[in-house]
Write a protein that binds this ligand. Structure first.
Ligand code: SAH
Ligand code: SF4
Ligand code: F3S
Length: 508
């Protein structure tokens, strides 16, 4: 917030406190629109950590008798942000609902990574128009990565008058005030800070899972891969203090959690911005390894910052599971260069070989983009050959989508869309064949599974994941959910494994 905005806020607060009745007219409804250009600027100023988040007394009862619903799109980071927003709303007296008709507040937590992700969100916003007409008291809010984009905000302001509130990824802790404004104001309430380097530590949190939890270790991304919008929507890289992360993991352990996933856009850059200590992801994992929680995962790794110390620590095993998600994006050095990934195919393969040597049973997964501007058939084939060479367990594959404001969006592109679609289909065929082959190796093996819940296809069947992140289906009583069991694999399929429970895990 700049000085002027702070002043407006203070004036508002003073007017409210002095007992002004109709204070809605004083709310400045547009604080700051987003700017991708601003977002690109990386300041040298220190990251401030705030431990003093609190919901103002006068807002703690605003939600009594009211319900909220949060729709979440995008990555785990967004899922976790939604848990924070739900925590804030519950501390304001709201209850959660899954029924849009029943909701007094609907928040759409959006993802900007590809055009189709954005189209889904606009579809959803469109659907809510009727609901708003039937229930004018409903507050509809748009937050998350799309609200950091000028073009999206302009489109909402022009075409979607049913939206009452727009706030950005740096403004989540401001939800109480923003929502209060939206409830009283007749105009759209908007607050999107384009660049903000702060960390808010103690926001309330309503976690969705009771035995699996996300733990943020860092925010933002400074890598600026040329196709990617994330560095603009999430701000600069900033790491949480190790002691805060470790305390959170200890707290989760005390509360019976079985698995945590450490989150960041580029977790391997963890600690680089901590100026007073030399402490990286390897050090953090080594400390978390000593905590008595059964499983620790982390995502997402950038190949460039994956160092030997981290490999050494991961090789110690224990609660550090054998699954490495290592996005490669392309097998062609020329494409990698134009993506500004800053590693080569050879250095990637060499890194993977070092990891495999240290952790022989590790499963490898990756992300791949096909149809990057001007990608040639030969370059695409280099991606196919890399996938064959790496023998990935599974891959997330995407067609390149131009994102406004990124350098790649300004590149010429001579690859027709059907060629891109055809390349994606060829890649997916190879990826699926490899997954099926990898899964076959599990046939007859006994694996440890964390039971996650009922299978989506058959409620009689439970499903869970191995340490290597393979999905396993098996029959077992429902009370096994949330426990670790040993399962003997009896059938390997392309995307999952079937098996029979041998013993609950830990019972030898
Ligand atoms: N921070 C993570 C990636 C987050 S986005 C990392 O660097 O690995 C997840 C994946 O979406 C990326 O790995 C990439 O494969 C894909 N992606 C990102 N931008 C994209 C775009 N403009 N078009 C298509 N896919 C994209
Ligand atoms: Fe995007 Fe690259 Fe950052 Fe990943 S590392 S979030 S792909 S810019
Ligand atoms: Fe999407 Fe933002 Fe995550 S763009 S992938 S929700 S960081």
């Amino acid at each position: 917030m700049n000085e002027d905005q702070k002043k407006t806020q203070i004036e508002l607060a003073a007017k409210k406190m002095s007992g002004e009745k109709d204070y809605s007219q004083y709310f400045q409804t547009t604080y700051e629109p987003p700017s991708l250009k601003q977002a690109k600027k990386r300041g040298k100023e220190n990251v401030e950590i705030h431990y003093d988040f609190d919901i103002p007394e006068n807002m703690k009862e605003i939600g009594y008798g009211k319900k909220f619903l949060i729709r979440t799109y995008g990555c785990q980071m967004n899922e976790h942000d939604s848990e924070n927003m739900a925590g804030i709303l519950m501390n304001m007296g709201f209850e959660s609902t899954t029924d849009t008709e029943d909701a007094d507040v609907i928040l759409i937590n959006t993802c900007a990574i590809r055009e189709n992700a954005e189209n889904k969100v606009f579809g959803e916003i469109g659907h809510l128009k009727q609901l708003k007409q039937d229930n004018p008291g409903l507050v509809i809010g748009v937050c998350g990565c799309m609200s950091q984009e000028e073009s999206v905000v302009n489109r909402i302001l022009e075409k979607h008058q049913q939206v009452d509130l727009i706030f950005g990824t740096h403004n989540i802790h401001r939800l109480p005030e923003l929502l209060e404004n939206a409830l009283f104001s007749k105009e759209v309430v908007m607050e999107v800070w384009s660049k903000e380097g702060d960390i808010i530590e103690n926001m309330p949190r309503a976690r969705k899972g009771h035995f699996q939890a996300w733990v943020n270790i860092m925010y933002g991304c400074d890598k600026f891969c040329t196709y990617c919008i994330v560095p603009y929507t999430r701000g600069k890289e900033r790491s949480r203090r190790p002691e805060d992360i470790i305390e959170e993991v200890r707290h989760l352990t005390r509360n019976g959690y079985k698995e945590i996933t450490l989150l960041g856009q580029n977790v391997n850059a963890y600690g680089k911005d901590l100026e007073d200590i030399q402490y990286g992801l390897g050090d953090l994992m080594d400390d978390i390894r000593k905590i008595d929680i059964p499983r620790v995962r982390f995502t997402t790794s950038h190949p460039r910052d994956f160092d030997d110390h981290l490999i050494e620590v991961l090789a110690k095993g224990g609660n550090l599971v054998e699954h490495i998600h290592l996005p490669v994006q392309s097998g062609s050095n020329d494409v990698l260069k134009r993506m500004a990934r800053k590693y080569t195919r050879e250095s990637y393969v060499d890194l993977a070989a070092r990891i495999k040597k240290a952790i022989p049973h590790a499963s490898f997964t990756t992300d791949i983009i096909v149809g990057f501007p001007n990608e040639t058939e030969e370059q695409f084939e280099e991606t196919l050959s890399l996938v064959r060479e790496m023998e990935y367990d599974s891959c997330f594959t995407y067609i390149y989508s131009a994102r406004d404001g990124t350098p790649a969006a300004r590149m010429e592109d001579n690859v027709p869309h059907d060629v891109k679609r055809e390349r994606l289909a060829r890649l997916n065929k190879l990826v699926n064949d490899l997954s099926a082959e990898k899964n076959k190796a599990y046939d007859g093996q006994v694996v440890e599974v964390l039971v996650e819940g009922k299978s989506k296809k058959d409620p009689e069947v439970l499903s869970g994941r191995t340490r290597t992140n393979k999905l396993v289906n098996f029959r077992a009583p429902e009370d096994a959910v949330g426990t670790l069991v040993h399962v003997k694999i009896t059938e390997a399929k392309t995307w999952s494994l079937n098996g029979e429970v041998v013993t609950p895990a830990g019972v030898e």
